[in-house]
Design a protein around this ligand. Structure first.
Ligand code: CP3
Length: 413
């Protein structure tokens, strides 16, 4: 990590003072943007993801059109499923479909963890994006306007939910069934690394008799109670390798998307998701970059999210920003949290909501302005540009140092 970064985005991730609040948008290169739709006309989503020149172009175009402080690489959460051995496709109007969802221990055992190099097209796209923006590095070392490059991957729970459900889900019945068939672990912050094998992984379940392997996983079958931790461990290995490739290629920060963690109770999150998520974040940070951890509908989970050790927590739009920040604690940066549908509202309301968020952040170091979830199709691009403009103009008022009077957390830490 560079303590003297010239990127206001990276500085904010590390809770260092910035000249103004950095801003970028979840799904900033997406279907709302005519430039993206023009590319999409000739290429499928997966073609764009798997062709580094096109993925880089889409990433760069969105960041430059909007004038934001960070570019998130154009890719998808589900890409690691292919080298793991699960085929999937995006079906128009239906979202992702995984053809043979994970339902048996045999299938989990067959998942490959050694083919992550197949994902190198994402790293290649990052190299192109990094080259493009490095060429434009500002002359003054005091400037804070170097664009941050964000790599990303899914969190173990959210990725597992797609693999097990076979696509998007409302109730996560199959996922939770598999989870509940495993022995819960309740790691406390102190001992959360001690329950695992020295490599941090979970050992493969012991085979008692071969005919058990292909049985449907169920809570009543004690033979299967290591299926969930086994799957989590494989995902943590693959996602760490995937993130490592992106970091070597030039990603400054990794965002871990646990989009559907909000489907879990606090007790279940602690028992089944916290340990693997913490392990993944720890391993990514060991590679030298900050980690942003994001989920939706997470108000009740925020105090637990702090235990993952993430540098930045992404807040969804439902919680007032100051309340969310208090829940994760002053030693963690926050990203968020405008309701993406506010971008459809009339100008005055949009402006009011943006100002409210800035005022709840109160100039404390460690706030990155963003939406509380992704931009949706049909969002007016002008509204997005208006938000960027508001953030940039707000900077002139708050000037360099955060207001000491309101910066009480920063004074204490
Ligand atoms: O600028 C960016 O943020 C674009 C890069 C990006 C995509 N997917 C491209 C994409 C990112 C960061 C993602 C992450 C992703 N993918 C998440 C986590 C983010 C979140 O929203 O919580 C998830 C859950 C997925 C899986 C996924 N990909 C789904 C469920 C869908 C279909 C949903 C829909 O709106 O149809 C996708 C498709 C997808 N991935 C699109 C884009 C731009 C839209 C479809 C298209 O262009 O055909």
């Amino acid at each position: 990590m560079s303590p003297n970064s010239t990127s206001r985005f990276i500085r904010a991730c590390l809770r260092q003072p910035v000249d103004r609040t950095p801003v970028w948008f979840l799904r900033q290169a997406g279907r709302y943007m005519p430039e993206y739709m023009a590319v999409r006309k000739h290429h499928s989503l997966l073609d764009i993801c798997r062709t580094p020149s096109i993925a880089a172009e889409v990433t760069i175009t969105a960041a430059e059109r909007l004038g934001v402080d960070a570019a998130i690489i154009f890719a998808d959460l589900l890409l690691p499923l292919t080298p793991m051995g699960l085929d999937f496709e995006f079906i128009n109007g239906e979202g992702p479909v995984i053809h043979q969802p994970l339902r048996t221990l045999d299938q989990i055992r067959a998942l490959r963890t050694d083919r992550t190099p197949d994902l190198s097209y994402v790293a290649e796209a990052i190299t192109r994006v990094a080259t493009h923006f490095n060429n434009k590095r500002p002359a003054s070392p005091d400037a804070m306007d170097t664009l941050g490059i964000i790599g990303f991957c899914g969190a173990p729970f959210t990725l597992a939910s797609y693999m097990i459900e076979g696509g998007s889900s409302r109730n996560y019945i199959e996922t939770k069934q598999l989870m509940y068939a495993s022995a819960p672990s309740s790691p406390s912050p102190q001992d959360r690394h001690s329950e695992r094998s020295p490599q941090g992984g979970v050992e493969e379940p012991r085979e008692s008799s071969p005919h058990h392997h292909s049985q449907h996983l169920s809570a009543t079958n004690p033979q299967h109670n290591s299926a969930w931790p086994f799957l989590m461990s494989k995902l943590v290995d693959v996602l760490t390798d995937f993130a490592a490739q992106q970091i070597s290629a030039g990603a400054d920060v990794i965002q871990v998307f646990d989009s559907w963690a909000g489907a879990l109770s606090v007790a279940d999150y602690r028992a089944y998701a916290l340990a693997p998520t913490t392990e993944l974040i720890r391993r990514i940070q060991a590679l030298g970059v900050p980690v942003i951890y994001f989920g939706v509908d997470t108000a009740s989970l925020l105090p637990t999210f702090r235990e993952t050790g993430a540098d930045v927590i992404g807040l969804d739009w439902r919680i007032p920003l100051d309340q969310g920040w208090r829940a994760v604690g002053p030693n963690i940066a926050v990203q968020g949290n405008l309701d993406p549908i506010t971008l459809f509202a009339f100008e005055d309301l949009l402006e009011l909501r943006v100002r409210e968020i800035l005022s709840l952040a109160a100039g404390r170091p460690g706030h990155i302005f963003n939406l509380g979830h992704g931009i949706v199709p049909n969002t007016p691009v002008d509204s997005v540009l208006r938000v960027v403009d508001l953030i940039k103009r707000h900077a002139h008022k708050t000037a360099h140092a955060p207001n000491e009077a309101t910066n009480d957390w920063a004074i204490r830490v």
